[in-house]
Design a protein around this ligand. Structure first.
Ligand code: PA5
Length: 418
């Protein structure tokens, strides 16, 4: 459910309807695009591979304390978002992440945590040549071979990459790694419901059938005319036209921190081009109300907020009752912590609206596989419609190459000499 009741006065009904009508026309354009494979994915995916992913996840849980997921950007943010949003791993295997930066300290931390435990690797790279995961893969592959020998190591490496080409594809074929495909028609940031995200998610003990079902249900409600995704896309574009050029994704659930990160990549990489776009930012409240809250309430009035809210109650922890009232909390005694959190949420929306921040709400009934699958699909469709409405290609990312080219020059990669 999405609600725009806090944007009254900024957007008039006529322009809103006009923009929605435009956004709706882009559903077919997204579906027909050569990178529109995600549109029908929830109802048209490779069932044989899906079953293989489940079997691989079972094997990983039977022989590995850790699965090291090596990938960057669209190759790791989606599955990390899903696993964390659902409260983390539910089985033996813990997921570790590597190859999403080049920090030595970060690498040492992962290696330290891994120690001498049993582990497997899921190396995820569509191109197979991205520097960060390629370097990390060498490091963890070497550790795997030292621990298990070449033959057993090859059985513990799962490669998710292009079906036909690339360095990682070629190595997987040569060494006999079990492989999963990043479909040609799905870009990294739209790929969480493919082998890119599903092996890690299934290895964490999460029900990937329910995740896909949730995405399929959302697809059914959006596929004919964009539904609520067209409304969100229209509202974002109208706010941008009125110089609200920063969108903050806000929630009151620390488990959603990586959902925020995934969303920022999805919208930032899809829309930030041709000197256009809304800058996507995020907060996790009430924590960030004590850091970013001041700016949001009273800073420059060029931002709007989209709250992702969970409707379901989360009972179980109440404020203890005490004889004395030294901390002044008597008025909250016996109250559920969840009630206080939800009240903070309502208060924040009202305060920010009063402070001149347009506020949108996306309501999730609960936090489970189905609703997350639905939310992922909703954001993917909204992003595509919003990008097309903005007048950019929401499926390419030419700007990402600039730093790589310069880095290769500085590192002396063959073919990049000045
Ligand atoms: O969304 C994208 O396309 C990017 O974030 C890529 O996923 C990221 O750059 C990693 O690329 P690759 O999977 O080719 O290693």
């Amino acid at each position: 459910m999405i609600d725009f009741k806090y944007t009254g006065g900024i957007i008039n009904e006529e322009e809103y309807q006009h923009k929605i009508d435009e956004a709706r026309t882009y559903v077919a354009k997204a579906e027909q695009d050569s990178f529109g494979g995600w549109v029908n994915l929830p109802v048209d995916y490779d069932k044989e591979e899906f079953d293989r992913i489940k079997r691989a996840a079972e094997k990983i849980n039977s022989d590995s304390d850790y699965l090291v997921c090596i990938g960057i950007g669209g190759s790791y943010l989606g599955h990390k978002a899903v696993i964390e949003a659902l409260g983390g791993e539910r089985k033996r295997t813990k997921i570790l992440y590597a190859g999403n930066c080049l920090s030595v300290r970060s690498m040492k931390k992962v290696l330290d945590e891994l120690g001498d435990a049993d582990f497997s690797i899921n190396v995820i790279s569509k191109s197979g040549t991205t520097t960060e995961p390629a370097v990390a893969f060498r490091i963890f592959k070497q550790k795997l071979i030292e621990k298990y020998g070449e033959e057993e190591a090859a059985k513990r490496i799962y490669a998710t990459t292009d079906a036909n080409k690339g360095a990682l594809h070629d190595e997987a074929v040569a060494k006999g790694y079990e492989s999963f495909v990043v479909p040609d028609n799905i870009g990294g940031r739209y790929s969480v419901l493919t082998g890119v995200g599903l092996l890690a998610i299934a290895s964490a003990g999460i029900d990937i059938d329910a995740l896909m079902d949730g995405a399929a249900e959302e697809r059914a409600s959006l596929i004919s005319d964009g539904g609520k995704a067209a409304e969100y896309a229209a509202m974002r574009n109208l706010l941008l036209e009125k110089d609200y050029n920063i969108e903050i994704l806000a929630n009151f659930e620390p488990q959603f921190m990586y959902l925020n990160e995934w969303w920022k990549q999805l919208f930032g990489e899809s829309e930030g081009k041709d000197h256009k776009g809304i800058f996507p930012a995020s907060v996790v409240d009430s924590t960030d109300l004590h850091s970013m809250g001041q700016y949001i309430q009273q800073g420059r009035r060029n931002l709007f907020e989209t709250f992702v809210e969970v409707r379901e109650d989360c009972p179980g922890i109440t404020v203890p009752t005490l004889e004395e009232d030294l901390d002044g909390l008597k008025y909250l005694e016996g109250r559920e912590l969840d009630y206080i959190n939800k009240t903070a949420n309502a208060a924040t929306r009202e305060a920010h609206t009063a402070g001149g921040v347009p506020v949108l709400e996306i309501v999730m009934p609960t936090i489970d596989e189905r609703s997350l699958g639905a939310l992922i699909y909703f954001f993917e469709m909204s992003c595509a419609l919003s990008g097309f409405t903005l007048g950019v290609n929401p499926f390419d990312q030419p700007g990402v190459e600039a730093y790589k080219t310069r880095m290769f020059e500085l590192l002396g990669k063959p073919g990049y000499e000045k």
